[in-house]
Structure formats: structure tokens, C-alpha cells
Design a protein around this ligand. Structure first.
Ligand code: BGC
Length: 398
């Protein structure tokens, strides 16, 4: 269908993997704020057992390694590691340590995310990020993760998509679902400042654990595109929703780009998805060029900081569309590399069909998960992308 060669050889050390997050895959994350929200009916569907990866993680790692991937991004769950304030679970830490060690045994490099949307219930109940000691509590948790990350982990992501957290957390905790309207709500400025502070404190805590760990955070690209004449409006729209978080990464070891779609901006703000445009199962416009565009915008804002694509993918039930979308997204990546952007890795979202924050319907996975038995079934896209990972060469179609 698509020729994989000739293509662009990947730079040495380039990370090529797939991503997951704890709450979306583990199941039974009962001590987290999200579980609470789910039980109170704040979202359409609860996470339940999710993909049962809390027990089946070796199968996930085996599959990814066999498929040809060299890297695995996953998150560790604060609510499990610190189930009560100041009480750290040695068993939970040992659990995540086993994942790190097993990934290494299978020849995969683990990238560990410390916070991917979910918080311990006790932390949320004391005011979450608005509590006066929130940053210190987070830093104390990060310091406690030393047994998991001190060795064998080269990359740590402190906070996943802080811009989404700052924009959506106040709404989600108020009992609402993710807004379905156009564009992202304006992030709360106080929450933005706190998250930047929490990131800085976490970077320091990780560096104290091991100065060789490369630390960064991952920002959700808004894919902002100005229609002619709306350039200033677009810059003003984008700054608090994206750039302020990229600017905060200028002293980091890397910056994570997470790109899925675009937001077109007119003189009065975000515009609806163009009529007739193909949409994905999340309702977003199917727009694979989002990745190349996000890489270029990120490089403009962060300057010399190396970039890692920590998420990119599509929610679709048609796996051929996943291959077509990803192929085109990788073209954007290849072009950016050919233009000498310092890009160090690509992680597909997601390794598995996971719990998509309120519903299991939008399937982003390279690997299907059978809901009753949790059986994992790699899709053709998993084999296709795994072959690219193994070949260390990006296809180039343009
Ligand atoms: C998040 C993932 C999510 C994905 C698709 C990102 O916002 O990091 O948790 O599943 O995008 O919506």
C-alpha cells in the first residue's frame, strides 16, 4: 500500500515507540480523583478495569517489543504510590520498578510520565493544585519515585499536557464533561503559574535523583492556523493556551509535542471544523499535517531545546485510516528532520485501545483490547509502524 523505502534514515538514538497512561490502561484506579468523578456520573462511562494493564503490562511490553518498537512511554500513578498524604506504598513503587526493568530486559527504553491527568483523591480533596502546599506535595511525591526511575530510565516527563490541565481541570471537577465546542477554554492563569512551578520543582527533584535523566514535559499542540488577517488574534489566542507552557520548557532537556488536529482561527476566534471535512471518533478534524506544523511552531518557541513527539495518533475504527493518517504525519516529521529540526523521538498514541476520559468508543490503539477477555490483538497498523521502527527509516511519500 505504502512504500517504506527509500526513506529518511532516523538519527542515531532516535526513540521510536508507543504511549499509554496509567488511568487509561491499568483499571481499578480507585484512589484517584478521576475514579471518584466517574462514580459520581460526571462522565458518560467509567474506566472500570480499563485494559487491565495493571496486571497485563508484561503482555503489552512483549507485544510492543515483538512488533519492533524500541521505546515505551507510560505513566506511574501518584494515587497508588502515595495513597494517603506522606504514606508511600513500597509495593506500588516495586510494581512500577518491575515495569522499568522488564522493558529493559525486552530491549525497550522506558520513558516515565510522573503525572498524566489523575491525582490522588486526598490531594484533590485538599484543593488540588490550588492548595497552598500543592507544589511541595508534588515535589515530595516526585522525590519518592526514586526507586522507580533512578536507574535504567533516560527520559522523564513531569506533567502531561499542563495546558489541557489548566484549561479543563476546573471544568471537569465542577462536574462537567470536556467541552465539545470549538477551541480550548482559556486556561486558568493561577493554575498555569502553579503547574509551571510544579514542573520546575519536579525537574529539580528528578535531577537530584539522577543528573543523567533527561527531563521535560509534554504540551498539547493546539494546531492554531490563522485565516488571512487573523494573525494577531491567533497569536493572542495561542499564547496562554500553548506558548506559555512551551516557553517554560526553555531550560529543559527536551520538550514533548502532542499533536492530533488543528484549530483554525478567524478574526472573532476559533472557527468550526470546515464543512465536509473528515472527522475522527473524537469529533476532531482528521488533519495529519498537524504534526509537522506543531513541530515547526514548537521549535520556533523553544529554540535549541530538543523535541520529542510524545503523542500523535487518530481515533478511528478503520485501521486503514490510522495507517494513512500516521503515514502522512510521519511525512511531516521526516520533512522537519530534513530541515534540521532537532527531533529526538516519536511515540504513537496509543499502544492500546484505552479509556478515552469518559468513553471507550474513541479507539486510538495500535493494539485492540477485547473488552471481556482483555485479549490483545495487534492491528495491521501496529505491524506497519513496528516495521518502520525496526527499519530505523521513515517512509517518505512526498
Ligand atoms: C492525552 C491522552 C488522550 C489523547 C487523545 C492527549 O490529550 O494525553 O491521555 O487520550 O490526547 O485524546
Amino acid at each position: 500500500m505504502f512504500a517504506c523505502a527509500p526513506g529518511l534514515p532516523l538519527p542515531d538514538g532516535f526513540l521510536f515507540g508507543a504511549s499509554t497512561s496509567a488511568h487509561q490502561t491499568e483499571g481499578g484506579n480507585t484512589n484517584s480523583d478521576w475514579w471518584q468523578l466517574e462514580q459520581h456520573g460526571a462522565v458518560a462511562e467509567p474506566s472500570g478495569d480499563a485494559a487491565d494493564s495493571y496486571h497485563r503490562w508484561p503482555v503489552d511490553i512483549d507485544l510492543l517489543a515483538e512488533l519492533g518498537f524500541t521505546d515505551y512511554r507510560f505513566s506511574i500513578e501518584w494515587a497508588r504510590i502515595e495513597p494517603a498524604p506522606g504514606c508511600f506504598s513500597r509495593a506500588a513503587l516495586a510494581h512500577y520498578r518491575r515495569i522499568v526493568e522488564y522493558a529493559r530486559e525486552r530491549g525497550m527504553r522506558p520513558m516515565v510520565t510522573l503525572h498524566h491527568f489523575t491525582l490522588p483523591r486526598w490531594f484533590a480533596e485538599r484543593g488540588g493544585w490550588s492548595a497552598p502546599d500543592a507544589v511541595d506535595r508534588f515535589a515530595r511525591y516526585v522525590a519518592a519515585t526514586a526507586p522507580v526511575i533512578a536507574t535504567d530510565v533516560e527520559h522523564v516527563c513531569t506533567i502531561n499536557e499542563p495546558n489541557m490541565v489548566a484549561a479543563l481541570l476546573p471544568r471537569v471537577t465542577a462536574g462537567g464533561e470536556r467541552p465539545t465546542g470549538t477551541g480550548l477554554p482559556l486556561p486558568d492563569p493561577g493554575l498555569t503559574r502553579t503547574l509551571v512551578e510544579a514542573h520546575r520543582a519536579a525537574v529539580a527533584a528528578v535531577r537530584a535523583i539522577s543528573p543523567t535523566i533527561r527531563t521535560g514535559w509534554s504540551v498539547a499542540s493546539q494546531g492554531c492556523q490563522a485565516v488571512p488577517g487573523a494573525e494577531e488574534v491567533t497569536a493572542a489566542y495561542r499564547h496562554p493556551r500553548e506558548d506559555v507552557f512551551l516557553e517554560a520548557a526553555r531550560q529543559d532537556d527536551w520538550i514533548g509535542v502532542q499533536a492530533y488536529t488543528r484549530t483554525r482561527i478567524g478574526p472573532a476566534g476559533p472557527l468550526p471544523v470546515p464543512e465536509g471535512a473528515e472527522r475522527t471518533l473524537t469529533g476532531w478534524e482528521c488533519y495529519p499535517d498537524a504534526l509537522g506544523e506543531a513541530l515547526r511552531h514548537t521549535a520556533e518557541v523553544v529554540g535549541e531545546v530538543p523535541i520529542i513527539v510524545t503523542e500523535n495518533g487518530i481515533a478511528t475504527a478503520d485501521d486503514r485510516s490510522r495507517i494513512a493518517y500516521t503515514h502522512r504525519a510521519l511525512d511531516g516529521l521526516a520533512e522537519a528532520l530534513a530541515d534540521d529540526l532537532d527531533i529526538r523521538g516519536y511515540f504513537h498514541w496509543s499502544a492500546l485501545d484505552t479509556y478515552e476520559w469518559g468513553s471507550f468508543r474513541p479507539t486510538f490503539g495500535l493494539i485492540a483490547v477485547e473488552p471481556e477477555t482483555f485479549l490483545r490483538v495487534p492491528k495491521p497498523s501496529a505491524r506497519w509502524l513496528g516495521r518502520i521502527a525496526r527499519s530505523r527509516t521513515l517512509p517518505s511519500a512526498r
